[in-house]
Design a protein around this ligand. Structure first.
Ligand code: UD1
Length: 423
């Protein structure tokens, strides 16, 4: 299994261009199941989760061409409406095919995704929504069979603004006659991108004055071409890596307003930023990093996906910072690894207290999830000496060309596989 070897202690400098958003690309690719016409999607990051999604589309009966970040999806015979566990277990977001398949076939059989390292992650909000739309959901031998004689439009109030459930129900409702209203929905920019794509395919989705989604069903959707929005989590990750290494970096090709809270927090912590229309410049800063309290929340709140990289920055603050993780119940696995690198962190339930240290020390650590993995890479970039990060496959799920981009910013990082490569 691949590892990263990082020779830390170098300030990042230069410009890094962000890729298309993984979390927008995945549901947009899945949404192509709603049509039999070809779709072309640009700026699709070449990531493990994307490749898994393409495998799923192929399994379900699509023909895929993926070149230079552009995916062309064409019909390839009759679509299937089931998915094997082998594919679902690789990525929880596989469950999102349920909505389009239910809409098209009135039936979908999908293995229930299990929990994952960051929490239990049930799908009850998805299933309750499908039931409101007229389906029955029955779990047998680990699979959930969702079926309906007839689907009906409905008003659905989500008990929590789940990103996945909002997308699943949205995609399903596009092909249901009548007006479906989704309330208490997720408002992440990735949802807006999916809505833009679906509307380009001929769907009729409006955002109501209270933020509710109003979907007027149409008979069929047609093919469309779309460019995926910039990845706001990658944007925030590089800005935080720049700040933690006390570097001077411009993150370009992003949508700065999607990270508004992060920019406020970084500035409050002491950093100077230039926020342009599609770039953010983190200026070099050698002063004290002010400890802050951040609490993760649904968008536009502090993104849970940036909590781990933020924590790495706070390990170097002057005082004690607090991080409240309110979205996932077990998203502090990076904390003990950061402690192995000299950080002072104590956690109790959803709260982490981080007392800043002068510097981190290089160590051999293990990534146990995607964003926590990036937090360890960030710590390795800050710590003098050689840090080895194991289980890079987690990080490969979400950061396109990570070594290439960091190397271009002056970092010393390389991929190494102890089973294949000479040390
Ligand atoms: C998506 C993102 C992930 C991000 C998360 C929260 C993708 C591929 N992944 O994940 O990067 O961290 O949003 O911003 O876009 N929940 C339930 N029941 C449900 C659904 C969710 O209890 O039916 C809970 C989850 O366990 C979790 C919380 O709601 O505690 C948020 O989950 P959700 O918004 O659904 O996240 P995902 O869509 O899985």
């Amino acid at each position: 299994m691949d590892r990263f070897l990082i020779e830390g202690g170098k300030k990042l400098h230069g410009t890094v261009h962000v890729s298309g958003s993984k979390n927008a690309a995945l549901p947009i690719l899945v949404a192509t199941l709603l049509t039999d016409e070809p779709c072309v999607i640009h700026r699709v990051p070449n990531l493990r989760d994307v490749r898994t999604t393409l495998k799923i589309l192929e399994y379900l009966g699509k023909k895929i061409t993926y070149q230079n970040n552009t995916v062309t999806i064409e019909p390839n015979g009759k679509l299937k409406n089931d998915l094997p566990y082998e594919l679902v277990k690789q990525m929880r977001a596989s469950f999102w095919v349920a909505g389009p398949l239910l809409a098209r076939f009135k039936q979908a059989e999908i293995p229930l995704p299990g929990g994952c390292a960051i929490g239990v992650r049930p799908v009850d909000i998805h299933l309750k929504g499908f039931e409101k739309l007229g389906a029955t959901c029955e779990t047998k031998a680990g699979n959930v069979l969702i079926k309906a004689d007839k689907l009906n439009a409905a008003k659905i109030v989500l008990r929590f603004p789940s990103v996945g459930a909002t997308q699943n129900l949205l995609m399903c409702a596009c092909l249901i006659a009548g007006e479906t209203i989704l309330e208490n929905v997720a408002k992440e920019p990735e949802i807006d991108d999916v809505i833009a794509f679906l509307n380009d395919m001929g769907a009729d989705i409006r955002v109501g004055d209270k933020g509710q989604l109003i979907i007027t069903g149409v008979k069929t959707l047609h093919g469309a071409e779309h460019t995926v929005v910039a990845d706001r989590i990658e944007t925030g990750s590089y800005a935080l890596a720049a700040a933690a290494t006390r570097g001077d970096v411009t993150v370009s090709g992003c949508v700065p307003e999607h990270n508004a809270i992060l920019w406020e927090d970084l500035q409050e912590a002491g950093f100077t930023l230039d926020i342009g229309p599609d770039s953010v410049h983190v200026h070099a800063y050698d002063g004290e990093i002010k400890p802050l309290r951040v609490r993760t929340a649904p968008y536009p709140g502090f993104a849970t996906d940036l909590q781990a990289p933020w924590m790495t920055l706070m390990t170097l603050c002057n005082g004690t910072a607090e991080v409240d993780e309110d979205i996932f119940e077990n998203r502090f696995m990076h904390a003990p690894e950061l402690v192995r690198m000299g950080a002072q962190i104590s956690t109790e339930k959803s709260l982490a207290r981080v007392t800043g240290v002068k510097e981190l020390s290089a160590a051999h650590v293990q990534a146990s999830d995607l964003r926590g993995g990036f937090a360890l890479v960030m710590a390795g970039l800050c710590a003098k000496g050689q840090t080895e990060v194991e289980r890079v496959y987690h990080i490969d799920r979400g950061y396109e060309k990570l070594e290439e981009k960091l190397t271009a910013l002056g970092a010393n990082i390389r991929r190494y596989n102890p089973d294949k490569d000479e040390f």
